[in-house]
Design a protein around this ligand. Structure first.
Ligand code: COA
Length: 324
C-alpha cells in the first residue's frame, strides 16, 4: 500500500483588534512593563471583543487556511478544534465552526481539550485519521478567549494570557509531511494549573472562582524539563538529529522556557518562530498562530523540517515533527 502522509496545505491566523499592553495592566494590578517583559518576554496581548468567540475567531483563521490550500469547503472531511474556552458547553466549537463555514456534508466535527497542548493533540488525532485513510482533508484549528477565564485582579496570571485563533489544513499525500506526533498526559499534576468549571463548581457549592489558578514557578520548572525530554523522544522516533531541524515552532508561554528548549536542540533563537512578545500565551492557539507567521513571512520553506512542541495543564505535553 502506498504510504499516506499528512501534508500541511494551508495555514491561517486571527488576532482580535484590541491590544492590551503591559502599561495598561499596570493600571489594573501592581506590576510593571519591565517586570513582565523580563520574566516572560511579553509586552502586549490581544483581547477578544464581546461578540467574538472561539468559533468566530477560528472561522477567520480557517477561511485563510482553506484559501491558501485551494481546497473547496465541501472537500473537508474532518474538523477538529482545540480549545479550552469553547463558545458553549455544547455543541462543540468544531460543530459551530462547521456551521459557520457552511459545511453540510455531515463530516465529523469535534473539540479536543488538552489546555495549551491542545493543538499538538489535535494534530496527532488528525494525522491518525489521514494515515489510516479514515479522512483525507482535515481542518484543525486552535482558538481561545483566555481573557474570559483570567482573573484581572491576579497579577501572577493576568499578565500572561491573550486571545486569538490559528488554523491548518492537512491533506493526504504520498510525500512526507507530519513525520511523527508524540502526546502525553499526567493528571497527577492537575492542581498546579487549572480552571474550575463554573457549572460543576456551582453544583458542588465550591467557593472557588472559575478563573485560571496557577503555581507558576512549579509549572515553569516542569515545562522546561518535560519539553527537553520530548525533543529527544521526537527526534529519536524518526531517527533524526538535532541538526536536521530547521525551525522550532513552540507553544508561546514564556521566553525563558522557549530559550531552554532551543538550547537543548542546539538551535539559535533566529531559528525559533516567536509571537510571544505581542500576543502573550494564547493557549492552544499559539502554535498555529506562530506557524501561520513563519509560513506567511517566508521563513518556513518547502522541504524544511519544523518541530512544534507544547506543554499545558494536566499536565499535557507533546510535539509534532513536520516536513514542509
Ligand atoms: N508583577 C510584579 N510582581 C509579580 C507579578 C507581577 N505581574 N507576579 C508575581 N509577582 C511577584 C510575586 O508576588 C513574588 O513576590 P514575593 O517574592 O514578594 O512573594 C515574586 O514576583 C516572584 O514570584 P514568582 O511566581 O516566583 O515569579 P517567577 O519568576 O516564577 O515568574 C511567572 C512568574 C508566572 C512569570 C513564571 O513562573 C512563569 O512564567 N511560569 C510558567 C507559566 C506558564 O507558562 N504557564 C502556562 C503553561 S502553558
Amino acid at each position: 500500500m502506498t504510504p499516506r502522509w499528512s501534508k500541511v496545505a494551508g495555514v491561517g491566523g486571527y488576532l482580535p483588534a484590541e491590544v492590551r499592553s503591559n502599561q495598561d495592566l499596570s493600571a489594573l494590578v501592581d506590576t510593571s512593563d519591565s517586570w513582565i517583559f523580563e520574566r516572560t518576554g511579553i509586552r502586549n496581548r490581544h483581547i477578544a471583543a464581546a461578540d467574538e468567540t472561539a468559533s468566530s475567531m477560528a472561522e477567520i483563521a480557517a477561511r485563510q487556511a482553506l484559501l491558501m490550500a485551494g481546497v473547496a469547503f465541501d472537500q473537508v472531511d474532518l474538523i477538529i478544534v482545540a480549545t479550552g474556552t469553547p463558545d458553549r458547553v455544547y455543541p462543540s466549537a468544531a460543530c459551530l465552526l462547521q456551521q459557520r463555514l457552511g459545511i453540510s456534508s455531515g463530516c465529523p466535527a469535534f473539540d479536543v481539550q488538552a489546555a495549551c497542548s491542545g493543538t499538538v493533540f489535535a494534530l496527532s488525532v488528525a494525522d491518525q485519521f489521514i494515515k489510516t485513510g479514515a479522512a483525507s482533508t482535515v481542518l484543525v484549528a486552535g482558538s481561545e478567549v483566555c481573557s474570559r477565564i483570567v482573573d484581572w485582579t491576579d497579577r501572577s496570571t493576568c499578565i500572561l494570557f491573550g486571545d486569538g485563533a490559528g488554523a491548518v489544513l492537512l491533506t493526504a499525500s504520498e510525500q512526507p509531511g507530519i513525520l511523527t506526533t508524540r502526546i502525553h498526559s499526567d493528571g497527577a499534576f492537575e492542581d498546579l494549573l487549572y480552571c474550575p468549571n463554573p457549572h460543576a463548581a456551582a453544583l458542588a457549592k465550591q467557593a472557588e472562582a472559575a478563573y485560571i489558578h496557577m503555581r507558576g514557578n512549579e509549572v515553569f520548572k516542569m515545562a522546561v524539563n518535560t519539553l527537553g525530554r520530548i525533543v529527544d523522544e521526537t527526534l529519536e522516533a524518526c531517527g533524526l538529529q538535532q541538526t536536521d531541524v530547521d525551525w522550532l515552532v513552540p507553544h508561546q508561554a514564556n521566553i525563558r522556557i522557549i530559550a531552554a528548549t532551543a538550547k537543548k536542540l542546539g538551535l539559535s533563537m533566529e531559528q525559533v518562530i516567536l509571537t510571544l512578545e505581542n500576543q502573550g500565551n494564547t493557549s492552544s492557539a499559539s502554535l498555529l498562530l506562530a506557524l501561520n507567521q513563519g509560513v506567511r513571512d517566508g521563513r518556513i520553506q518547502p522541504g524544511q523540517i519544523v518541530l512544534m512542541e507544547a506543554f499545558g495543564a494536566g499536565f499535557t505535553w507533546g510535539s509534532a515533527l513536520v516536513r514542509f
